[in-house]
Design a protein around this ligand. Sequence first.
Ligand SMILES: Cc1cc2nc3c(=O)[nH]c(=O)nc-3n(C[C@H](O)[C@H](O)[C@H](O)COP(=O)(O)OP(=O)(O)OC[C@H]3O[C@@H](n4cnc5c(N)ncnc54)[C@H](O)[C@@H]3O)c2cc1C
Length: 387
Amino acid sequence: MKTVGSEQFTEIREAVRALCADFPAEYHRRIDEERGYPEAFVDALTKAGWMAALIPEEYGGSGLGLTEASVIMEEINRAGGNSGACHGQMYNMNTLVRHGSEEQKQKYLPRIAAGELRLQSMGVTEPTTGTDTTKIKTTAVRKGDRYVINGQKVWISRIQHSDLMILLARTTPLDQVRKKSEGMSIFIVDLKDAIGNGMSVQPILNMVNHETNELFFDNLEIPAENLIGEEGQGFKYILTGLNAERALIAAECIGDGYWFIDKVTAYTKERVVFGRPIGQNQGVQFPIAESFIEVEAANLMRFEACRLYDENRPCGTEANMAKYLAAKASWEAANACLQFHGGFGFAAEYDIERKFRETRLYQVAPISTNLILSYVAEHVLGLPRSF
Ligand SMILES: Cc1cc2nc3c(=O)[nH]c(=O)nc-3n(C[C@H](O)[C@H](O)[C@H](O)COP(=O)(O)OP(=O)(O)OC[C@H]3O[C@@H](n4cnc5c(N)ncnc54)[C@H](O)[C@@H]3O)c2cc1C
């Protein structure tokens, strides 16, 4: 089926599809049932170089842009997998590449590119402040050549399958800064050193098979050289990762959307009830056609967000809108797919209920739909700030 972007990046698409073909639906279903981690799949992606897509060539990566990275993520989800197991390395990468020092890049990037280290985690969300990020309570206090971290994070993903995490913490108290977005800093945390030495991890069992955790910091010491960029400017830097994350998740939802549409289209052509294929009824056709139109529209916005990002231009609005449109469209496609499979939609062996749960997450994380609407209302339309 010809869709937006399907005739572009064909080499990447074909190569990722070929790799994904070695990990069929049964593989992802089994991992989901076992609440496991798709280790073999992530290893294969790493060995093939896809996890180093955004690392510049001089550090051993392939120097591709977010656009290409988003195509990789889209294809994984379109093939029935879940990029959520490994997309952290993609969205964190430019935070380090664009804002890290030369020493930091020399130290980490070649080893990440070689598959010796994983940079899969980002610690922003906190239990008591939620989306109100500038109020975070986790602090980092400079003591000589170390920073001492205290506080708590929640919903921090892939900690058990990553070596490194980018952590956002307050370095200047909120009441001592001019603007509330100032006084926060980001750090590289070596997870293997930190766990048991000031950082503890409490896994959160959740609706999706997504490895995510509560983190507790009790005087965790990290070397001062792990500060990324300038102290106090971390919120600005973390937006590099957050905008990339929104555009990538849009692409994943688009992959999901096409997966649901392919699946439901094939099924409704064949399933005969009342003497004709159910897909002959307009009541069945229209929700499928509507979700296809919405996925296509979301896809245009995703390419626009990625284009701006790759040109290093402001893209917060487009990244947010792409994520909003794509998460909504994939959810509509998921609903149609489940509905028109009737009872079979609930059977695990059809994979629909698994993908349904997976794609539902993206109306809440990494940013909820309501917060995108209020961003557009305030920052694009100039309406009064609502909170
Ligand atoms: C599986 C999973 C994985 C995650 N992984 C990570 C991760 O790796 N790193 C990380 O830092 N975070 C992670 N998160 C956290 C995620 O980004 C947050 O859950 C999300 O941003 C919403 O924040 P919250 O849960 O604190 O909701 P809250 O901020 O408490 O908001 C709850 C709901 O209230 C509504 N709401 C809140 N404020 C307003 C308002 N002003 N106007 C209108 N509606 C409003 C929204 O609908 C929102 O969904 C993950 C979450 C999940 C579920």
